[in-house]
Design a protein around this ligand. Sequence first.
Ligand SMILES: [Fe+2]
Length: 253
Amino acid sequence: MKLTEYKIVNEKFPGKYTFALISDLHGDEPCGIIKILEETAPDFILAPGDIFEPLEDKNNELNEAGFELLQASAKIAPTFFSPGNHEIGGVRSWLPKPKLSFEKEKKYSEYSLKRLAETGVRFLDDAYCVYDGIAFGGLCSGIINPEQKPKLDFLSDFCAGDMPKVLLCHHPEYYKKYLKGLDIDLIVSGHAHGGQWRFFGRGVFAPGQGLFPKYTSGIHDNRLVISKGLKKGRTIPRIFNSPEIVKITIAPK
Ligand SMILES: [Fe+2]
């Protein structure tokens, strides 16, 4: 697990703020991650999805690692979490052109909502809140919606006003499609796992983007930051692509 750092200059922020970005845990062991978060001591922690497998009763045991991570995060710094495609049960999104429709209603089990509330994180599910003079929004994955479109309605309210705005958005491919023209200062994503295999600094494949995708890691347009994810290995191994925690420092100069 490595710590990747980015710095952003943005005059909307009245001082220096640090954010830790954690995404795509997918049931992995959280202890090493918690240690790095403690050492990094960020002002805020942002978790834009796929921390859990579908938030259904059958996954309670598997999801305990995610609850443990978020509970520890919320003790280190105010932590914001928004759902990715896995939390809402859209788990076959790696198909380039899915023939199977995911269309269904979004549901979380009572147990999952109770455990999530116990962690102390702020759960941003197509919603935003204002904390410490910053607006934090969470755009849920739209993968189970008609045409797989995210629910963008809350963004007009979120984007109104002068305060700095931070949006958690699991899918980095939404940036170009839905978010690029909006007044948002920091957008954090995951989902692409760095493109799974990386050669010459470039990922090979990402769900929703296909082969040689543009948005798999790094910083884009001085405001979109993409995590390669936390999970060490999957059924498909990572190649030249370490899991990472990302630290983002934003300051007016
Ligand atoms: Fe994902």
